[in-house]
Design a protein around this ligand. Structure first.
Ligand code: PMP
Length: 416
């Protein structure tokens, strides 16, 4: 059991009253999570007491800031169980990590007519990055279809591979449906064809442990702000043998060894991919966020969030006209709650109440959810809808908040 009351005290924003209705019921965690004091205070402390540019300085503060930054990289390495810290590249977030791979891998290994395999549930960041490469190089995008429930059609994966397939890029967990994609199986199939796989872990890392060596993915991307860390920082993990073979992404300071107008040599991993001054304060914030999650432990976080998700699915299903997208079964064959296909995200639609109206009215009742296409327009098209209302949970949410959501939806329904 999570010590929820104690945990909520770490997040001062959760005590805010919105429109004087409830204390804030924040159910927009898939968009971004709130930050605990431990993260904000560590960052403030670094600005107040340590701040200096990293890597290039001989003076005390610069060395201390560098040590903190590199210690944060080691914390990320441990969090993902990467083999070495040189496989951990700091980026601005998942979006930048995916763009980096699409751009650099595309430049090095793809030519006109070569193919990337995506899925129908991808976030725009894992679609448009490849379309930019499509425009530059004439590559082709192939798409793994899903079932009406939003599950990846594993039976269709094999047939998408051919000699032109160069890379697979797939989300670990859908930000719309919460479905946990069978990335292990996809990686196994891809590797049997000698094809590397990028996993978009934006929605998995906050909810369950990821071991990149065990997964055997070739690249893995995630964002700090979705796992209780600061905005503006994220991670690209890449197997050393791949990162070594990719050209740099951006040019500038930090990423070089020597520069002349005739010839530049590039820095070692991971610095080859980190042009310019890194956000070394945000890396500290991210490390403290990962420490925070680790100190609570994923066993407890998963148990809590799965209980909340199952509870929310069953309570929301009581509402007349409620349509929940994605798999809705909550009880497995053993009679126990089974949310193995679904993480802490629930997209729904109530009767013919427009999702935007629903979201706006929920907001007036003090409940923050997200509405719209959730940066997944192709998935919306597949589901035959324009958008949904999405409630997404984090470790600080409670059953009482689910009850508040339910009561608010019922009230809104009466208004219509
Ligand atoms: N992929 C998925 C599955 C996401 O949910 C998100 C954020 N909504 C992203 C990528 C992009 O993350 P960011 O905006 O932090 O770069």
């Amino acid at each position: 059991m999570l010590p929820i009351d104690q945990i909520r005290k770490d997040f001062p924003i959760l005590g805010r009253k919105i429109y004087d209705k409830y204390p804030l019921v924040y159910l927009d965690n898939a968009a971004t999570t709130q930050k605990p004091r431990q993260v904000v205070e560590a960052m403030a402390d670094e600005y107040y007491n340590v701040n200096a540019n990293v890597h290039r300085g001989v003076h005390f503060l610069s060395q201390q800031a560098t040590d903190l930054h590199e210690a944060s990289r080691e914390t990320v390495r441990r969090f993902l169980n990467a083999r070495t810290a040189s496989e951990i590249v700091f980026t601005r977030g998942t979006t930048e990590s995916i763009n980096l791979v699409a751009s650099c891998f595309g430049q090095a290994f793809m030519k006109e007519g070569d193919e990337v395999i995506l899925t129908e549930v991808e976030h725009h960041s894992n679609i448009v990055s490849w379309q930019l490469l499509q425009q530059r190089k004439g590559i082709k995008i192939r798409v793994i279809p899903i079932t009406d429930d939003g599950l990846i059609r594993l039976d269709c994966v094999e047939a998408l591979f051919n000699e032109r397939t160069k890379i697979v890029s797939i989300s670990h967990v859908s930000n719309v449906l919460g479905t946990v994609n069978p990335v292990r199986e996809v990686i196994r199939i891809a590797h049997a064809h000698g094809v590397p796989v990028l996993v978009d872990g934006a929605q998995s890392t906050p909810h369950f442990p990821v071991d990149v060596q065990e997964l055997d993915c070739d690249f893995f991307a995630f964002s700090g702000h979705k796992i209780y860390g600061p905005t503006g920082i994220g991670v690209l993990y890449g197997k050393e043998q791949w990162l070594d073979r990719l050209p740099p992404y951006m040019g500038g300071g930090e990423m070089i060894k020597t520069v002349s107008f005739e010839r530049t040599t590039f820095n070692d991993l991971p610095y080859k991919f980190e042009a310019g001054t890194p956000d070394y304060v945000a890396s500290t914030g991210l490390a403290r966020a990962l420490d925070y999650v680790s100190s609570i432990g994923f066993d407890a976080i998963e148990a809590h969030e799965q209980d909340l998700t199952a509870y929310a699915l069953s309570r929301l299903s009581e509402i007349l006209g409620m349509h929940i997208y994605g798999p809705t079964q909550t009880i497995g064959p053993d009679g126990q709650p089974d949310v193995s296909h679904r993480d802490a995200v629930i997209s729904f639609q109530v009767g013919n109440i427009h999702h935007l109206d629903m979201g706006t009215l929920l907001d007036r009742l003090g409940i923050a959810v997200r509405t719209g296409h959730h940066c997944a327009e192709p998935l919306m098209r597949r589901l035959g809808i324009e958008g949904t209302c999405r409630a997404s949970f984090a470790l600080y949410n409670t059953r009482e908040e689910v009850d508040a959501l339910l009561a608010a939806i019922l009230r809104i329904q009466q208004m219509f």
